[in-house]
Ligand binder design. Sequence first.
Ligand code: NAD
Ligand code: GLY
Length: 369
Amino acid sequence: MPQSSCRIPVEISKNPYEIIIGRGKIQCIGDELLRTGIKKGIKILIVTNNDVAIHYGELFLKSLRACGYKPTLLIIEAGEEQKSPESVALIHDAAFSAQLERGSLMIALGGGVVGDMTGFAAATWLRGISVVQVPTTLLAMVDAAIGGKTGVNHKGGKNLIGAFHQPKLVLIDPLTLNTLPEREFRAGMAEVIKYGVIGDSILFNLLEKCSNLENLEVVDNEVLDEIIKRSCSSKAKIVAKDEHERDVRAILNYGHTFGHVVETLCGYGTWLHGEAVSIGMIAIGELAVLLGSWSEDDANRQKALLKKTGLPVIWPNIKTEDVCKTLKGDKKVKEGKIRFIIPKKIGEVEIKNDISNDAIKRCISNLSR
Ligand code: NAD
Ligand code: GLY
């Protein structure tokens, strides 16, 4: 039986929507769609993958049919390599076969890969139909499913093809994390810790108080729900202020600039995204200490928390010149300037694009020692 739930508004002026968080909610997807005002009787294409369909596919179909919807399930293979234009074509083929119309709906049931590509397929089918996000990884619950960034990878780089397309609803059932591999859970925790550092010192303190965060079994249910709720609230507030990442939304990229370097130079697949972000947070922490922007004490607190979560904190053996070259190729470089999100204290960061090459090189050399 579903237990109590909480609702977090995402107050984007033209497209406001809610994030619903509740244990057991996945079995009530049909009712929640009706409550959101999504018309009974419409056609729905659910996109998912095998890892997820095996546990939740039937429950989902049952709930939707019971509420009078006409669902079709499309199962795509799992993995980041599936986040491609070819998969979007598969989704569009399925949309064509199911005769989806302008008033139809797509639902992304899965992690960030399913969410990003389904969101993009919905944004581009018939010039844009509605999408609902039902994230089943911690990372997608606290980050990818919220805020409308959708897209797929191009052979030239990650997420190069995409669109902003806000969902009509984000439905989070923390119980789905019970089947998530532990390593994926820890990778999601990196994004949770990120929210603590960029703006929520209460969340950071709460995480510090947990004796162990390495896997779901050791995290108390109430604490986990609170962690998800606080993280979603942070993301909702940030995207409501700056939907298209013109300024403040950039702080969500804390740890990601160096993280992308690690992902690129170590080879995609070596580290999960959240693991690379963990190493990236250590690196930007080092740079901030070097610049005198935050204290060694805060940098050590961040490191201890990442370590306690079982996340990697050691800078890999990569050449400084390769790091500098990769940094300059980042999507977020503007007029040759690299944008860094620099921590000032736990719960506060600032955006800086005037960091000297010399400081970056010194930081990498310190990290490589
Ligand atoms: P993922 O979608 O690849 O999922 C990780 C693995 O867990 C997969 O093998 C998946 O099949 C499996 N899985 C998912 N849910 C499960 C469950 N409940 N039980 C068992 N297995 C399950 O990875 P992810 O970390 O969720 O997402 C990473 C992607 O998200 C990347 O492509 C990244 O670019 C994207 N992303 C997007 C945004 C955004 O704002 N749109 C933000 C962050 C990340
Ligand atoms: N994941 C970063 C963002 O949504 O802006």
